[in-house]
Write a new protein. Structure first.
Length: 321
């Protein structure tokens, strides 16, 4: 299909076409599939003011799901939403899908995230948000490292009210997101929350157990006195320890340079909390950890949630590069 023909499509047709890609069982993204999505992005951008909330949600969700982030499209769509007078048209699922799409695509649009946060805080009544929508929303803000305390505080009563309906993934994501944000909500994190975790003790994925380990480290950091049951805590720690290191080329280069000047070091050094430091070196008789934070640790020059949390939880060890 040629570009001139596609340009005749209205906003709804373009959105439906893009959404069909997102729901397809298989898309050859390496070559033709990615080219088609790039062409559709070019066609869609001038028409964004005609996209309604559902069109925008479906389009952005599809690009993120297909791992075909288009920086210009995401920026233009974010600008278009920010320019809207209000967001009353957007349903909870649409808000959740859009913000999830930005985080999944590794795109941060601070003005969009701020507008969505203000809208959510002003809503006050969040009973229409389903558990998946709540967890996706919190995960997205935590993932891109945009920590809005009012947003996390506002979500706490709603999360608490649907805790029994949350699946294991929802609960682990919620715990991790609040740990990243460092927003402690006694209304949410109490014996009922621990009981909900215990009820799902055998259901978490390895990522879920790892997230809960980081949440427990956060509780220890707060000295809250809230603890996972011993057996579950052990599972979480084991999952965290078993994560495979994924050194970047930048990390390898830094380690090589340190070694070349004669520094004695240990790579991927395991510390007591279960975190691995990129390297441990001895400086003037003292052991110092080094973390090499390459491009994947940042979105738009701001640290990601994973980086924020690790830095906070290993800060007594570290020099960051």
């Amino acid at each position: 299909m040629s570009l001139p023909i596609l340009s005749e499509f209205d906003a709804r047709c373009l959105s439906n076409l893009i959404n069909s890609f997102g729901h397809a069982e298989y898309i050859p993204m390496v070559n033709d599939g990615r080219k088609i999505l790039d062409i559709l992005a070019v066609v869609a951008m001038p028409k964004l003011k005609h996209f309604n909330s559902q069109d925008l949600s479906n389009m952005l969700w599809s690009y993120a799901k297909l791992e075909s982030s288009n920086l210009l499209l995401f920026k233009a769509a974010g600008d278009s939403i920010v320019d809207m007078n209000d967001l009353s048209e957007f349903k909870p699922q649409e808000l959740s899908n859009i913000i999830w799409a930005y985080a999944t695509a590794g795109e941060s649009h601070p003005w969009l995230f701020s507008k969505f946060a203000d809208h959510i805080v002003a809503m006050k009544d969040l009973q229409h948000f389903k558990p998946q929508e709540l967890s996706n929303f919190l995960w997205a803000y935590a993932t891109v490292g945009i920590i809005d305390q009012h947003l996390f505080t506002s979500f706490a009563p709603a999360v608490s009210s649907v805790l029994g309906q949350c699946n294991s993934q929802n609960v682990a994501i919620i715990a991790w997101a609040y740990a990243v944000a460092n927003v402690n909500e006694p209304l949410l994190f109490n014996s009922d929350f621990v009981a909900a975790l215990q009820a799902k003790a055998n259901d978490f994925s390895s990522d879920g157990y790892s997230q809960l380990h980081q949440w427990q480290l956060w509780q220890d950091e707060l000295k809250s006195g809230i603890n996972l049951p011993p057996a579950l805590r052990k599972k979480c720690r084991q999952a965290f320890d078993l994560r495979l290191p994924q050194p970047s080329n930048f990390q390898d280069d830094v380690i090589f340079e340190l070694s070349s000047i004669g520094m004695s070091l240990e790579e991927e050094f395991l510390i007591s909390s279960g975190y691995r430091l990129d390297a441990l070196v001895e400086v003037n008789g003292e052991k110092v950890g080094i973390e090499v934070d390459g491009p994947l640790h940042f979105i738009n020059r701001e640290a990601t949630g994973r980086t924020i949390l690790k830095r906070r939880q290993v800060k007594n060890w570290m020099i960051f590069v």
